[in-house]
Design a protein around this ligand. Structure first.
Ligand SMILES: C[S@@+](CC[C@H](N)C(=O)[O-])C[C@H]1O[C@@H](n2cnc3c(N)ncnc32)[C@H](O)[C@@H]1O
Length: 382
């Protein structure tokens, strides 16, 4: 390939990326301001009607509607009319990805996470220069919500109903009265909620460094009517003073975020009852492949690792730093010594939700009906 062909291809590609980034920002506006929701529930609207329904400024509503129509995200019912009188509609097929947080096709949280990363750019620039940390708080509430909603579909659809039941001895143990589960680095609580829903006799305690995440997790558990069996506590999992208490500890997509993963895993080992199990399910794609350019899912994982996952690194440096999430997949289930070994989950599958199709954990790119959508989700989740 000649230099000029390379140049032209790069310019075209990054120009398209810039346009797409602009669309990400405007989708964020429509998501957070409730514009898509209003169009979905009330039907096609003029700018004035949308502005009135969502309490935003009419001129900006018109700008947004025109941009969304130009991008093909909305349709215009009567393009020949003057701008003020045109009605804009949300196509039926666009409602689920933009508005249903429990759908396997939910895409708004993925986009929201990039907006959150953009907001943390000053801190990221400083961290790249100094080698210092970028705290989770720097990414703001958008990132907490995006992370939670990103994992929510597969956690609610699969963790307690498919993933853990595929490990028979663990499933049997959780089906017993009084079993206790710790969800370490629980975020906003969807794994704990999924487990408590699936196993009505267990209680689940979630732990996370991030206090705003814990507050949101408590609200989510209350809304699910599970506050009596699901608790959440803010704190460093490496410092847990709990011993031989839990039958199962889960760590969902968090180990590579930690500044001290070995200390956390030691702490988990102490927390487990003899014969207890630690499971760290993840839908993160396998990225050991040296294929370059990498597949979209691997690119997404690398981007997340570069711009977001470093947040906890070096905030509390200890031996045993986590790997880059592009470095090696970490999905396994381990038993505390003294019991028969539990199955490693590497060959299990993660449901892709409402379609009933599955994403192979060995190669998410191959079978994902969204063309790698869940796998891309998995990347930003890290
Ligand atoms: C990528 S998020 C995953 C959250 C949740 N498990 C999920 O799947 O949505 C990683 C989480 O790890 C938490 N975390 C990192 N280090 C931790 C530590 N030492 N103790 C407790 N939580 C920690 C962060 O605060 C963050 O909420």
């Amino acid at each position: 390939m000649t230099d000029t062909v390379q140049r032209d291809e790069l310019v075209e590609r990054l120009f398209t990326a810039g346009i797409t980034m602009g669309e990400v920002l405007t989708v964020y506006l429509g998501d957070v301001l409730g514009l898509y929701r209003a169009l979905s529930t009330r039907g096609p609207m003029t700018p004035a009607e949308l502005a009135s329904a969502t309490d935003i400024y009419e001129r900006y509503a018109r700008e947004w509607l025109e941009q969304q129509a130009a991008a093909g995200l909305l349709t215009v019912e009567d393009p020949a009319h003057p701008e003020d009188e045109r009605r804009y509609a949300l196509p039926a097929g666009h409602a689920e990805p933009l508005l249903d947080p429990e759908s396997a096709y939910s895409i708004a949280p993925f986009l929201k996470s990039f907006v959150a990363i953009s907001g943390a750019m000053p801190q990221l620039l400083e961290a790249f220069r100094s080698g210092g940390p970028v705290s989770w708080a720097a990414y703001g509430r958008d990132m907490i919500e995006a992370q939670g909603d990103f994992n929510r579909p597969w956690l609610l659809a699969s963790l307690g109903t498919e993933y853990l039941p595929s490990i028979p001895d663990l499933h049997e143990r959780l089906s017993n009265d009084g079993s206790r589960v710790a969800d370490v680095a629980c975020g906003v609580g969807w794994a704990a909620i999924s487990l408590a829903k699936a196993y009505p006799n267990i209680s689940v305690d979630g732990f996370d460094l991030d206090e705003p995440s814990i507050e949101l997790a408590k609200a989510n558990a209350a809304e699910a009517g599970l506050s009596d069996r699901v608790t959440f506590t803010a704190g460093d999992a490496a410092d847990m003073a709990v011993e031989e208490t839990y039958d199962l500890a889960t760590v969902v997509e968090s180990i590579h975020d930690m500044s001290q993963p070995v200390a956390v895993m030691r702490s988990i080992r102490r927390m487990l009852k003899p014969g207890g199990t630690c499971s760290w399910p993840t839908s993160a794609p396998r990225t050991r492949s040296r294929r370059r350019p990498a597949r979209p899912s691997a690119c997404s994982t690398r981007t997340a690792s570069c711009a977001a996952c470093r947040r906890a690194w070096r905030t509390r440096p200890r031996p045993g730093r986590a790997r880059s999430c592009g470095g090696r997949r970490s999905s396994a289930t381990r038993r505390r010594p003294g019991s028969t070994a539990s199955r490693c989950c590497r060959s299990s599958t993660t449901s892709c939700g409402s379609t009933g199709s599955t994403v192979s954990r060995r190669n998410p790119d191959r079978t994902d009906p969204t063309g790698g959508g869940r796998a891309r989700h998995a990347g930003v989740r890290c």
